[in-house]
Design a protein around this ligand. Sequence first.
Ligand SMILES: *[C@@H]1O[C@H](CO)[C@@H](O)[C@H](O)[C@H]1NC(C)=O
Ligand SMILES: *[C@@H]1O[C@H](CO)[C@@H](O)[C@H](O)[C@H]1NC(C)=O
Ligand SMILES: *[C@@H]1O[C@H](CO)[C@@H](O)[C@H](O)[C@H]1NC(C)=O
Ligand SMILES: *[C@@H]1O[C@H](CO)[C@@H](O)[C@H](O)[C@H]1NC(C)=O
Ligand SMILES: *[C@@H]1O[C@H](CO)[C@@H](O)[C@H](O)[C@H]1NC(C)=O
Ligand SMILES: *[C@@H]1O[C@H](CO)[C@@H](O)[C@H](O)[C@H]1NC(C)=O
Ligand SMILES: *[C@@H]1O[C@H](CO)[C@@H](O)[C@H](O)[C@H]1NC(C)=O
Ligand SMILES: *[C@@H]1O[C@H](CO)[C@@H](O)[C@H](O)[C@H]1NC(C)=O
Ligand SMILES: *[C@@H]1O[C@H](CO)[C@@H](O)[C@H](O)[C@H]1NC(C)=O
Length: 883
Amino acid sequence: MFFVKFSVLLTLFIWCSCFSRCSCDDFPSLLTANASIAIILDREYLDNQYDDVLKEVKIIIEKILREDLKNGGLVVLYYSWTKINLRKDFTAVFSITSCDNTWEIYRDSRPENLLMIAVTEPDCPRLPYNEAIMIPMMKPGEELPQVILDSKAQHSVSWKSSVLLYDNTFDRDMISRCVIALSRDFPDESGNLVKPLSVSIYRMKETAHEWDRRKFIRNLLKALPTKFIGRNFMVLVTTQLMQSIMEIARDLKMVDTFSQWLYVVSDTNYINNNISAIMPLIDEGNNIAFIYNFTKFGEECATGLNCHAGELLRAFVLGLSKAIREEQGIYGLISDEEWEVIRPSKKERRDGILNFMLEILRDTSKCSNCTTWKVETADVWGDRYEFTSFTDETSMQSTTRKTAKTSSIGFKLINAGYWKPFDGLKMTDALFPHISHGFRGKTFHIITYHNPPWQIVSSNESGIVGEASGVIMDILSELSKKLNFTYVLHLAKISTNLNVNMTDDVNGTMTKDIHLLTTDIPSEVLNLLADNQIILGAVASTVNERYKRLINFSVPISIQPYSFLVAKPKEISRIYLFTAPFTNGTWLCLAALIVILPPILCLVNRLSPFYEFHGRRKKLGLFKIDNCFWYIYGALLQQGGLYLPHADSGRIIIGAWWLIVIVLVTTYCGNLVAFLTFPKIDIQIKTVSQLVASGSVSWGLRSGTYLEEYIRDTDLAKYEKLFKGASFYLDENDDIIDAVRHGRHIYIDWKSNLLSIMRREFLKSDSCDFALSTEDFMEEQISMLMPMNSPYLELFNLEITRLHQMGLIDRWMKEYSPKRDRCSKQSSVIEVINHIVSLDDMQGSFLVLLLGFGGGFFFFFCECILRYYYKRKEREIIKPFVE
Ligand SMILES: *[C@@H]1O[C@H](CO)[C@@H](O)[C@H](O)[C@H]1NC(C)=O
Ligand SMILES: *[C@@H]1O[C@H](CO)[C@@H](O)[C@H](O)[C@H]1NC(C)=O
Ligand SMILES: *[C@@H]1O[C@H](CO)[C@@H](O)[C@H](O)[C@H]1NC(C)=O
Ligand SMILES: *[C@@H]1O[C@H](CO)[C@@H](O)[C@H](O)[C@H]1NC(C)=O
Ligand SMILES: *[C@@H]1O[C@H](CO)[C@@H](O)[C@H](O)[C@H]1NC(C)=O
Ligand SMILES: *[C@@H]1O[C@H](CO)[C@@H](O)[C@H](O)[C@H]1NC(C)=O
Ligand SMILES: *[C@@H]1O[C@H](CO)[C@@H](O)[C@H](O)[C@H]1NC(C)=O
Ligand SMILES: *[C@@H]1O[C@H](CO)[C@@H](O)[C@H](O)[C@H]1NC(C)=O
Ligand SMILES: *[C@@H]1O[C@H](CO)[C@@H](O)[C@H](O)[C@H]1NC(C)=O
């Protein structure tokens, strides 16, 4: 405040001291021309009071000018109607008129930057606080609608709908004025429209008996269709009834993190206002605020139109006079040139006087000092989580803690502001601080442990948490931003019989390289949660009925399906691709045909009388058996032959053979193309049913998993079989992975774990040896932990759901899961498209060629040897003859 005062003084100082050379053609300086004020007393509004008021105001002005305006002068102009032309040489306007006209005058005076001082009727939206002073004139005890109107204009409540509960403290007229105040729209300080609320109104019946009344309230609250009318309650009641309503609402669980309860209490006053008596009725996670009557009563509390008019005018004149005094005192200290540069505007002058006035009013006002309402709000979120220590202290302590927690130690009502007729509602804090600021920057102790990829927590030997990352930690940090809290991480001790590998980093913090289950929640975490010492267990954990008695789970962070790891199916070798189109039987028949047909053909040819009849020689051609053979063979390969039979008998046989050859060859070609295009893959085990039916492989999974629990207790036949045949081990190891690689074993685990194993093995061996089952079975839900019946469960769930909807959790999951590599492609779809024939596919044909050549050469040698042999024999026979 001092600063404001000072800066105003300074402004005036600068401005005043330079007035003499000022070329102020847009507004007169205070020292060259007397200030002027237009006093508008609306004859229509004041009606028969007009003459009295005018007389009174004139007396007041006279008195004030005489007593308070020591230097300079003030030109006062009176008007009895509101449609006046506000000249720009006016300094201020003082009006007593209706609300609408007040606003009209304000709109007219605004372009001229006049100081507006208004006294008007009640239930009038405030003129902007920084441009005008407005006092709504109300009878004592009728200020409530104005309070509501002002709080709405301040956007203290950001409601779209409201449920108004009231008792008979107020008459119908007052209530309807309150409802109108809530449901009308009007401009706020900055000129934006304040949106109307939809209001549902319920009256508390007056009954003689306390018991009756409670029953009535209970039935009323129970029957409220909060789904449709919202959960923002405004309750206008007496202190006593307020207690009953609070109790009943709490019993009915209508007070939670999403509902807002504003109690407006009128039967309190300056002396008698023990609102904190209801503190035991306020719980963790509630949104409850109070606006209560803090009105003073007594002789010094004057009120009335004349009182206000007098005070306001006096404050104005004092402000003006002070301004002029400052001007005169400082005049001459600053050069005229400087003045020209930093010349203040009329707006600055107005602001200066306005601030003077408000200060004077706050310090000395008698007319509006007594009527005061106070705003208090409960700051209760996150107060009860008193994390003492996470070492296993005696259970004694925890019992004492529990008893202590039932009282409301730690809860406090905070002063959020006040209401006064000329100030309106002045808020120093939000009306519902938790709705607007979440946990208000509270610090929570949160427990976690290292379990990648969910929580990756590094710590040093003394258990101090270093860096933390992982999916859960990302979610936690997003929640903390969203809900406005900070957190300190503590490490839970985990008992594990796995051989844990510590990785030291430069800073001496360690990250353990382990592979924990999510099914077991460390007992320490459970205890702390059950004890309500921590608000959240930042621990990925499988939703499990076992634990539901002790804690609540949040909505699932992730859903993990199980899958199984198998050796990558091998492609069948394609060396003998060319034999593939026919079965062995077909090949055999074909060979048999080639063996049987030539003798038959030969025989038919020889025995046919056709040749004798025509006198042909029966020596060469198809009369020789080897020629027949080569002919049949050549025909099979569609090569034709040198000879053809001349007799119809032989021709028919060969014609039939040709037909068969066409069928055979066409079939062979077609099939061969198909086999080239679609390579044959080993049969892979793809589903649980196939697995339990296969019998050729063993399978296993980690013990203690949710899957083990499930298949142990299930009565589904295939899972029963799966359980019976499975082997269980603590963790996978190289032996198991090797067995899988060689197709002897199948490993069952979360798909994500299997993917990381595949990735690891790929990096090790640079070959894709594994594949996953196509079927994902048995899904496991992973959640975070919260204390049982935590009031914040729904709130956190809502935020987590939002993170899901925004796709953030998915992104984080991807970030922490193994990168895609060439092995992550499903192996069953190997290069079906655009299969190019490779050497692998052709090598069988080359083999045949080789065999052919081999045979050819073999016969070649045989022929050579035979010839040599015959030659020698010949020589041997001839030799003696020559000798
Ligand atoms: C200002 O008012 C005073 C007293 O009413 C008067 O003496 C003075 O002449 C006026 N000054 C001007 C510049 O009108
Ligand atoms: C506030 O308290 C004062 C003093 O007790 C009382 O006169 C006035 O009527 C009360 N206001 C309301 C709205 O009840
Ligand atoms: C307020 O009420 C509480 C509970 O009824 C009581 O303990 C406390 O003394 C009261 N305080 C005052 C100032 O009356
Ligand atoms: C007005 O009320 C405030 C606080 O209630 C008090 O400090 C101040 O002295 C009062 N002023 C007068 C003139 O009564
Ligand atoms: C968090 O709470 C503090 C304390 O109330 C408040 O000042 C701050 O604005 C809040 N932050 C957010 C983002 O709401
Ligand atoms: C662990 O880290 C904390 C904080 O960084 C440090 O104060 C403490 O001495 C460290 N303890 C050990 C055993 O290094
Ligand atoms: C721990 O990790 C180191 C290197 O990171 C490795 O040499 C060692 O064999 C691992 N020990 C165990 C038990 O896994
Ligand atoms: C070590 O500590 C420094 C400062 O605290 C930090 O900037 C750095 O990232 C840390 N290094 C590692 C590997 O944690
Ligand atoms: C939290 O746990 C309690 C006790 O098991 C149960 O009654 C309640 O329904 C749970 N809340 C939710 C939202 O699941």
